[in-house]
Design a protein around this ligand. Structure first.
Ligand code: NAD
Length: 247
């Protein structure tokens, strides 16, 4: 359980894993800022579900790869709830393709959305966390960032970058009661994996020890644990949530 009333921001919180994380943190007592990039209606639906369950949430729009949008998002959250205490860097995209055919746009869009966003949001959140001498930063990487994956050089580079970033920052701020951790999911049932098609999903399932794809809620449980007081002595860690994918 997170401490009651903590202010949490979940980037890309309007669907998939992000939505499950918003709902989990709200159930644990956090006041949740649900970030979205384009679909305000989807984010408002998450807010409504949280409020209906007795929680507190607001929707905040921002492209997390855009520095001025990130600044405006934090200002909005601070006016509504106060400084962000639990930051979950979840927003991410794929632009898959073999390296030989990968355009510069596909490279930079993925690096900006998946990795620069984490620099922007974590650096901004750190101001309040250092002042409060308490904070939790949890970023969503991927097993692709650990093992690599053909067709995902851009995505795997961004997800591996998250791990190096988090380990470094964990060493900078650990003495202030701020933990910085990573959750690395395997194959999880969301729009992102739906795009792969049934053939790819069934091949992936063959290499998963527990014999099925994971659920967004199973990733959210790991995030909820790392956000909780029970995880105060865990930092710079990569928690793999992949059902035992054979790497
Ligand atoms: P999804 O596509 O369903 O959700 C991604 C979310 O990120 C969406 O809400 C989207 O609006 C948001 N987003 C994208 N670009 C954004 C931007 N510029 N600014 C703000 N928000 C933005 O995917 P998902 O499967 O729920 O993925 C969530 C995270 O988990 C991603 O970082 C993804 O890389 C990671 N992940 C997913 C899987 C999986 O199997 N689904 C596996 C490993 C890692």
């Amino acid at each position: 359980m997170s401490e009651p009333g903590r202010v949490a921001l979940v980037t890309g919180g309007s669907r998939g894993i992000g939505r499950a994380i918003c709902e989990r943190l709200a159930a644990d007592g956090c006041r949740v800022a649900v970030n979205y990039s384009r679909r305000a209606d989807a984010a408002e639906e998450v807010v409504a579900a949280i409020v209906a369950a007795g929680g507190t949430a607001i929707a905040v729009g921002a492209d997390v790869g855009d520095a001025s949008a990130v600044e405006a998002m934090f200002t909005t959250i601070e006016s509504a709830f106060g400084p962000v205490e639990v930051l979950v860097n979840n927003a991410g995209i794929t632009r898959d393709g073999l390296l030989m055919r990968m355009s510069e746009a596909d490279w930079s869009d993925v690096l900006v959305t998946n990795l620069s966003s984490i620099y922007l949001c974590t650096r901004r959140a750190m101001k309040g966390m250092v002042r409060a001498r308490w904070g939790r930063v949890i970023s969503v990487s991927s097993v692709s960032g650990i093992a690599g994956n053909p067709g995902q050089a851009n995505y795997a580079a961004s997800k591996a970058g998250i791990i190096g970033f988090s380990k470094s920052v964990s060493k900078e701020v650990g003495s202030r009661n701020i933990t910085v951790n990573v959750v690395a999911p395997g194959f999880i049932e969301t729009d992102m994996t739906d795009a792969l098609g049934e053939g790819a999903k069934s091949t992936a399932t063959d290499s998963i020890a527990v014999g099925r794809l994971g659920t967004p809620q199973e990733v959210a449980s790991a995030v909820g644990y790392l956000a909780s007081p029970e995880a105060a002595y865990i930092t710079g860690h990569v928690l793999v949530v992949d059902g035992g994918i054979a790497l």
